[in-house]
Write a protein that binds this ligand. Structure first.
Ligand code: BTN
Length: 243
């Protein structure tokens, strides 16, 4: 991945740019990075603050065969980013379902997988990765419980090295998915997840469900054991007990 790499000072959103390039035939592994985004997007159409100093990147994925949906890809990306942060900074980061990266209860990164559709009969997905890296959290200007690598580590990080490490881990994870190793991905994801076996709340639209977080299904759905039996979620928001 990243053999073809575009870096812009500013884009509305690297995911939007990646979609555009994908529709024009952008290759598997094409990477788009912006120093800042003026209309970065998070899950559920939320705004994603993208100040200078962060790592805002999207990757075009045209998988071989079995990787059919974006949720598997985002799970794989979460694992890849956790592994890169561990390798480079020994930082113990957890994954909050589906793909928020959490350090000490604070979000330091988010991942947005989107399906573009087919191009020349090859399924295409866009993977957007946003990491709060070299800036103080005040620059996010919002009240969400966020943290940045610079604050946690006490120094700035080398964004090129971070990018390279993430792309390497991601390539490994995507190849494993292409080889149908989804069970392994589930195990790896679960080993890095926070809140498994604990009482959590899951918010889906206006509804709130309470239960024990039992893990994820082969499709990446959250499995919640409630008083009325097991409920599966493919979208929603998890609140941990400690929050
Ligand atoms: C989330 O946690 O809600 C997902 C956040 C994803 C943010 C990244 S930053 C690069 C890419 N471009 C976007 O507009 N969004 C993703």
């Amino acid at each position: 991945f990243g053999r073809s790499l575009i870096i812009e000072d500013e884009l509305p959103s690297t995911n939007a740019k990646a979609k555009e390039l994908a529709r024009e035939g952008g290759i598997h592994g094409q990477v788009i990075i912006a120093r800042t985004q003026c209309s970065g997007r998070g899950r559920m159409q939320r705004e994603w603050q993208s100040p200078k100093g962060g790592l805002w990147m999207s990757i075009i994925i045209r998988p071989n065969l079995s990787l059919a949906n974006a949720s598997k890809l985002t799970l794989a990306a979460s694992v890849a980013v956790v592994d890169a942060l561990k390798e480079l900074y020994r930082l113990p980061v957890g994954i909050k379902w589906p793909n928020d990266l959490i350090y000490n209860g604070h979000k330091i990164a988010g991942i947005l997988g989107e399906v573009v559709g087919e191009w020349n009969r090859v399924q295409t997905l866009i993977l957007g990765i946003g990491i709060n890296a070299n800036f103080p959290r005040e620059n996010l200007g919002s009240s969400i419980a966020a943290a940045t690598l610079q604050e946690i580590l006490g120094h700035e990080v080398d964004l090129n090295k971070l990018t390279a490490a993430i792309l390497l881990h991601l390539e490994k994870q995507v190849s494993a998915l292409e080889a149908d190793m989804f069970e392994e991905l589930c195990i790896n994801w679960t080993a890095r997840a926070v809140g498994i076996g604990e009482e959590v709340k899951v918010i889906r639209g206006e509804e709130v469900f309470r239960g024990i977080f039992r893990g994820i299904s082969q499709e990446g759905e959250l499995l919640l054991e409630t008083d009325h039996g097991e409920v599966r979620f493919s979208a929603g928001e998890v609140r941990l007990r400690s929050k």
